[in-house]
Design a protein around this ligand. Sequence first.
Ligand code: NAX
Ligand code: ADP
Ligand code: K
Length: 514
Amino acid sequence: MKIFSAQQIYDADNFTITKQDISSDILMERSALRIFEWMHQRLQGAQVKIHLFCGIGNNGGDGIALARYLQENGYDIKVYVVNYSEKRSKDFLINLDRLKDRKLWPEFLDGNHDAPKVQREDIVVDAIFGIGLNRPPAPWVGELIGHLNVSGAFTLAVDIPSGMFMERIPENPEHVIRANYVLSFQAPKIPFFLPQTGIYVNQWELLDIGLDAEYLLTTQTAFEFIGKPEVLPMYIPRLKFTHKGTYGHVLAIGGSKGKIGAIRLASEAALTTGAGRVTAQIPKCGYLPLQTSVPEVMVEADDQEDFLTNFFVSDSHSVVCLGMGMGQEDKTVSAFNRFIKQYTGPLVIDADGLNILAKHPELKGHLPKDAILTPHPKELKRLLGDWKDDFEKLELVKAFSIKYKCIVILKGAHTIVVQGGKGFINSTGNPGMATAGTGDVLAGMVASFLAQGYGPLQASIFAVYLHGLAGDLAIAENGYEAMTASKLIDFIGKSFLELFKRPEPAPEEQQQQP
Ligand SMILES: NC(=O)C1=CN([C@@H]2O[C@H](COP(=O)(O)OP(=O)(O)OC[C@H]3O[C@@H](n4cnc5c(N)ncnc54)[C@H](O)[C@@H]3O)[C@@H](O)[C@H]2O)[C@@H](O)CC1
Ligand SMILES: Nc1ncnc2c1ncn2[C@@H]1O[C@H](COP(=O)(O)OP(=O)(O)O)[C@@H](O)[C@H]1O
Ligand SMILES: [K+]
C-alpha cells in the first residue's frame, strides 16, 4: 500500500475533483460521512458526550461536517472552533454555515478563556490540524492539546493527530494529540510508523473517501506499507521435481566464545525458512554444541578456539550471511577484510559484520552490489553517524543505500527495508520480539530467501514480514514476555501457513455455497 506525501494527497484531491467533476466540499462531505458511519456503528446512538474540537482549515471542516451528521442522528455533541487563524478555508466556512443553519452554534476558543472541561468518560474528536500543519501550534493551542491529552477521554483523531507534522518531529512533544484511534483518509501517513512520532498513534484505520484510483495507482511514492497483499505475490512455490540443491546453500559465518548461539539461531532460521543446505563457519569451541543442537546444519570449525580467523567461501555456497555473534578480534577483522575485498556474491551482513564496517569505513566501498545490511538503530548510528530525528535518519539511510548500491534493513517496531530512494515499511511484529537473538533469526531468514532464488529486495521484504508474522503468532500462544528467539523459529512454519490462509467468507457467502 502506497504512503503518500502531503503534497501528493493535495494533488490527489485536485485530480479527483477535476476528474469526478465535483466541488471540493464533496470530498469533505465524504470524509465526514465515513467518520460518522464508523462512530455510529460502534456507538449505536449511545448518549455519551462527544466534544468536537475543530480547527479552521479543512481538517476542522471535516469535524464541523461530522458534527452535523452526529446532531442529525441524536448524539449529545458540543462543538468548539479552535480559532487559531483568520485564514479559514472555504470548505470550513461552507460547513460552518450549514451548521449554523441547523441552529448549532459552536463555542469559539481563542486562548483567552479556560480550556473546556472534558470528562474521562467523554469522547473527544480531534479535528484541529490535519496534514496542513506547517509550523508549531501557537502556545495556547498546544496547551489545549495538552489539556485534552490529560483528560483521559477517548480521543478519535481525524486523519492525523493534531500537532503531528508529516515531514518532521514536533518541537514540543506535549503539543501533539495522543490519539486512541486515528481515522486516516485513503492512505496511512509516514509519521505513524516512526519511533518518535508513532507514539501518538495507538491504533489507526483507513477510510476510503473515493480519491481517484488512477492517480493512486500511477503515482510513485517514497514509501510503501507492506502487508499480506504485497508479500503473497512474491512467494515462489516449491515444485515437485526439485531437490535440496534447488534451494541453495547458505554459509553462515560468525559466532565466538559465548556467542555460538547467534549462529545457531541464524542457521536454524535459514533452514526453517526453506534453504536447501546450511553450513556454519564458527570457532572451534562451538563445534560440538552446534553439531548436537542442530544436526541438520553442517559445521566447519576454525583452527582458533574462541574466534574466527578465516572465512572459506566456495562455489557451492550460494549466499553468505555473516557477523552474528562474531566479535571483532583483530584476526577476525583481517579475515573480514580479505573476504569483502574479493567476494562478489549475495551477502547479508549483520551485527559485528556491521560494526567492523563502521570501524573501517574504507571497506564499505568493497560491498558487493545488492549486499543486504541489517542494522538495529545502534549499529546504524555506528555506521552512519548521528541524526537529528527519524526523518533525517531515513534520508541518511537512503543516501547510504544509493551510494553503496546496497539494501538496508532498518530494524525496529516497524522495520523499514530501504533500497535506493525507496522505503518499504513492515506491518507485522510486536514488542515481544524485543529479546536477544531475534535479529540473528532475521538475518538467517533473509539469507534463506536469497538462497532460494528470491531477488535481494524481495528476500528482504519477505523475510521481514514473515519474521514479524512468526512473532505475532508466537505471542498469541506464549504472551509477550515468554517470547524467545528460539520460539520465534518454531513459528516460522505457521507463519507460512498463515500467509496462504484465505479470509473467512462472510456469512451470506457461506450460505450460497453448495
Ligand atoms: N484527500 C484528503 O485526504 C482530504 C482531506 N481533507 C482534510 O483536509 C486536511 C488538510 O486540510 P488543510 O490543508 O486545510 O490543513 P489543516 O486543516 O491541517 O490546517 C489548517 C491550515 O492552517 C495553517 N496552519 C498550519 N500550521 C499552522 C499553525 N501552527 N498555526 C496556525 N495555522 C497553521 C495552514 O495554512 C493549514 O492549511 C486533511 O488532514 C483532512 O482532514 C478533507 O477535508 C478532504 C479530502
Ligand atoms: N517493539 C518491537 N516491535 C516489533 N519488532 C521488534 C520490536 N523490538 C524488536 N523487534 C524486532 O526484533 C529484532 C531485534 O533485532 P536485534 O536488535 O538485532 O536483536 P539481536 O541482536 O539480539 O538479535 C528486529 O527484527 C526488530 O525489528
Ligand atoms: K486531526
